[in-house]
Design a protein around this ligand. Sequence first.
Ligand SMILES: [Zn+2]
Length: 391
Amino acid sequence: MKNELVEQVERAVDRQRLIDTAIALIEVPSPTRSAGAAADRLAEILAADGFPVQRHEADWPQAPIVLASLDSGTPGPTLQFDGHLDTVHLPYVPPRLENDTLYGSSSADMKGGIAAALEALRVLRSLDALPAGKVALTAHDHHEGPWGDGRQVRAMIRDGLIGDAVLLPEYLADPLPLAGKGLAIFQAVIRREGVPVHEVLRPPGTPDVVAAGAQLVSRLHSWNEKLERVSHPLAGHDSTFVGSLQAGEIYNQSPTECHVHGTRRWVPPTDGAAVREEFLQFIAEVAADTGVEIDVEFDVQGGAYQLDAGNSLVHAFQNAHTALTGAPLPLGAKPFVDDGNAYASLAGIPAITHGPAATGAHTLNEAVPVEELVRVAKVYALTAVEFCGGP
Ligand SMILES: [Zn+2]
């Protein structure tokens, strides 16, 4: 990569413009399923900047997705920058700039990152630096669970509103995640017929849902020990975990329901549908052995994925990172599940989650250093030049 271009990009990133954009987005509260006004704000900013903007319902008409693009005019691949505008349902904290750090709801997760990606788009345009292909900026609702179900990203994939590769500016600055686990949340409800009854008045043969729940937890625990042997060099190993077991009202009353909630995580290349099938089979066996009915919901939040280190997006990213910092970013795994899992496992396109080293996601104390937003804007702009320009 030419030093001259790197220097131009470093100079072209406008720190104040980036801060103003981030604040303009954070100013609009956008809890999941109510991100429409924030999407409108982003569309206004992009339009005011002169970028062509499209809106698509993407299965959630309350907040049509925002899609803006920068076209080099020369055929080539499309790099997508994608972010979610919605936030977890916590009390709203307004934006505030203090000690060169931006605070407020979604500053870390992830409107700061979206503002940085938008700044990269502006820089690429002002320098006319994109040698070929296109860059598309997309933003959507329905990310944060359990309020959102990921429908807008799935709709974007279904409707072809995606690039050939995607960068997601979530709050992960290090390492470069080449693999990630899949995650499903399960809720099993063990039921018996009848009504709650005094222990000594139970009809003979009344199933014991508490004992069945305990047995389910114990069998999941044993299964987890076996699952730990299913491993991946970067992503770790498979698991199942119970975080909640609830049943009963008082000590001598036989309840009719017992609830067991937990997770199942798996490493690549296992497919989510196969994991689901296996889990339902496991539950059916426990139900048959204990003589109770077990209803189970098994919601896949994101599939497992892995990227080849020789992939063209990884290559482009590492060239950009090296040009800016003198070294490639260490390789590792993604500790959480985000929309990148859907892009990689459902759409089959390379997805890299890389954003500011921000803190406090999913708390009232979100914070992102401005310096990090500036850094991400530079990395995104240069990665686009490398990816779209080809080798
Ligand atoms: Zn996020």
